[in-house]
Design a binder for this molecule. Sequence first.
Ligand code: NAI
Length: 252
Amino acid sequence: MNFEGKSIIVTGAASGFGAATAKLFAANGAKVVASDINLIGAENTADIIGKAGGTAIAIQTDVRQSSDMENMVKLAVSEFGGLNIMVNNAGLGHKSALMHEMSEEDYDLVFNTNTKSVFWSVKYAVPEFIKAGNGVMVNVASIGAKRPRPLGVAYNASKGAVATMTRALASELARYKIRVNAVCPLASETGFFKTTGLDTLPDALREKMIKEVPLRRLTDPIDVANSIAFLASDQASFLTGILLDVDGGKGI
Ligand code: NAI
């Protein structure tokens, strides 16, 4: 896959899937805006890319905030001459909880981070795609959007919204030659495990999780990065509205 000369934004690029995605695109020629609420982490990703010979700039962005998202898109345009690919990856889960025992604060945090971010991204990135005459958006949903489990209802529902927005936007934006797809990853031991408390799972439960996956492992961030890159590539030029499971066969 060749992204030579393409301008791309990756949100949540400080860590996990976002960091792997930013690095992969840069290694294949893209000019990357590494955006995250964690500026030091985003700068670290951009530094690694720069040291490897790639092009990246970091920006602090809270994906819940309109002005931050607008500035992030403006930076891509001013530094790289436009925007070709938008990866909406920043997101978080909540501690395992029955929904009726969950706080409103946690509910709002999860929904604003995981879904309002896509709204702002559409508002600011899509006009740039329209100017360019094409564009690609890839959203990071979750296998939980399709196979929800107890104790993560709000998280799963927020990712369900991301999945539905992906398909609806694919249909709405095809008239502008804009493609919109999503990946639906299985669990991965990134920073996400800390926000959800999965990092303290007893070994026996972790082993059980792995045994339930036909390919017998959890998701590696590079699995997600590779899938995002494929969906964003010219090789996927006829694919839109796809919700691609990255789950080792768990959803079969
Ligand atoms: P991570 O915690 O390693 O990375 C998420 C990044 O998002 C962090 O760098 C964090 O600072 C950033 N972030 C959080 N809130 C933000 C905000 N308001 N504005 C900007 N940046 C913000 O976790 P991971 O796993 O890399 O998560 C990436 C995406 O993948 C998330 O949308 C997550 O829901 C999704 N996902 C994760 C799975 C997993 O098991 N790790 C499975 C399925 C989906």
